[in-house]
Design a protein around this ligand. Structure first.
Ligand code: FUB
Length: 479
């Protein structure tokens, strides 16, 4: 097995197990690194509603240390990508009775009401690093060992030269995939529905050019993305002791992958480990560096910055900042007034069978246009102009509506345009004098007009070319 200086400091023998500290620390101010009270590394984000949780290992190496000293996995969270709460250690080596050292990179994935924390950890048995899995009913735990032994170990057929850095992705059809690996050895396998067993052979994914370690998988607009650490000097890093993040895309979750370039350049620590998530409608990369006071290669800290996509799905290389992103609270407050929509009967030109028309007037408060925390209305795969409509048993007087659009970043996009209409006794016509029918995401779009008295109000929605549309909430307000 080849080793390079980057990982020469192995914390073998670190059997001390620290009790998890469950007391949250008050929000830190917006800046990179996001917290400086402890050193944190290998961040993996998970968005639940309008909260981004980041699962990270804790670096405990002393000043000048040349080995990893890692015994705990911590949780950080934010609702705006700028202000962070440190929730302390939520899992430790002691969470896995069969393990003894090296709480290396991890990731949490949600499935069927449970949160599965996949970890790199050194077992007490033969071999070196393993993938373990703990489970909890909440993103903050308490987490307990889900399996009683490693999910992946050196004895797993075709395992990686270094079994570390798990990334788990659950696709829309419910199939889960595990990728992991180090020492240039990426590996992939399907997971069973229970999330703690593998199904089928371990494969070696193709196309992850210059893969070194630290894969992270996500999906956007139907395309699968894998970011991963590479350490080549062909456009990646100045010295192969360091690493960058390259990325590849695929139309199948098991690959083959097409390498697309560097997405995060060299950072101030030798290791480079990152994850990607969308919060309140905006994309972010979390990664680590050595920028905290007293920081170093074994005293790393988590940072966050915005991530942008080009129209062709390629990623604009992330710009590392010391300020971090501006606050993105998302949501937006609904306009004041009596919402007559909640007493109306809704109908539509089309609703996808797996979506729910009742979403439009259920009174739920969206966290963002991507929020699936409450029912959503969508009309995929229909395109062109679609409509939703309210009817009341008796005429109502209305002078404004407020629309919160749904945008799943896949087949459903923000619309090109919309109009508010009412039934004039023989046809639907535009409500006269209406202000612009807004199509912004992540907020309520208020359309005002002179009071109209009607028992039938319609929102006519015209999609962007090639897309369908959706609505999280459509309010009809009394003057
Ligand atoms: O933090 C320990 C190891 O360093 C991780 O597992 C790797 O990804 C690298 O960041």
């Amino acid at each position: 097995m080849r080793r390079r200086p980057l990982l020469r400091g192995l914390a073998a023998g670190c059997a001390a197990v620290l009790a998890a500290s469950l007391a949250p620390v008050p929000p830190a101010s917006a800046a990179n690194p996001v917290i400086t009270t402890v050193y944190t590394a290998d961040p993996a984000p998970l968005v639940v509603g309008n909260t981004m949780y980041v699962y990270a290992g804790r670096d405990e190496a002393p000043t000048g240390g040349t080995n990893f000293v890692m015994r705990e996995w911590h949780v950080l969270s934010t609702t705006d990508a700028a202000n962070w709460t440190h929730h302390g250690a939520r899992a430790t080596i002691g969470t896995f009775p069969w393990a003894g050292a090296d709480a290396w990179a991890s990731e949490v994935e949600y499935r069927n009401g449970r949160y599965y924390w996949y970890t790199s950890v050194n077992g007490n048995g033969p071999g070196w690093m393993n993938i373990g899995v703990a489970v909890a009913d909440s993103p903050l735990g308490p987490f307990t060992d889900a399996k009683g032994g490693p999910l992946i170990s050196d004895s797993t057929p075709n395992s990686s030269p270094l079994n570390i850095d798990p990334t788990v992705f659950v696709d829309d059809d419910g199939q889960a995939y595990l990728y992991w690996g180090g020492y240039w050895g990426p590996r992939a396998v399907r997971l069973a529905a229970n999330m703690i067993d593998t199904v089928g052979p371990v494969t070696t994914p193709q196309g992850l050019s210059n893969f070194w370690e630290a894969p992270f998988m996500f999906k956007r607009n139907g395309l699968y993305y894998m970011i991963y650490a590479a350490n080549d000097t062909q456009g990646c890093v100045t010295s192969s002791s360091y690493a960058c993040q390259r990325y590849a895309t695929a139309t199948n979750p098991m690959g083959p992958w097409t390498h697309r370039g560097v997405v995060l350049g060299q950072v101030s620590s030798t290791t480079n480990h990152a994850g990607v998530a969308q919060l309140n409608g905006q994309w972010y990369m979390v990664y680590h560096n050595a920028d905290a006071p007293g920081g170093g290669n074994f005293r790393r800290s988590v940072a966050v910055d915005r991530m942008y996509f080009n129209a062709d799905g390629s990623i604009v290389p992330v710009v590392q900042t010391r300020t971090g992103p501006p606050p993105n609270p998302g949501g937006g407050q609904p306009p004041a007034g009596t919402n007559l929509a909640t007493s109306a009967t809704a109908s539509t030109s089309y609703v996808s069978p797996w979506e729910n028309l009742a979403a439009v007037n259920d009174g739920a408060q969206p966290a963002s246009s991507a929020d699936r925390g409450n029912p959503v209305y969508g009309n995929w795969p229909e395109q062109g102009t679609q409509w939703i409509e309210y009817r009341w048993p008796t005429a109502q007087t209305i002078d404004r509506t407020a629309t919160y659009w749904f945008d799943d970043d896949q087949g459903i996009d923000l619309p090109a345009s919309c109009r508010v209409q009412y039934w004039n006794g023989s046809a639907y016509v535009d409500v006269p004098g209406q202000s612009a029918c807004g199509v912004a995401g992540n907020s309520y779009n208020v359309t005002t007009f002179g009071p109209v008295t009607t028992s039938r109000l319609r929102l006519s929605i015209t999609a962007r070319t090639g897309s369908s549309t959706g609505v999280l909430e459509w309010m009809a307000l009394q003057p």
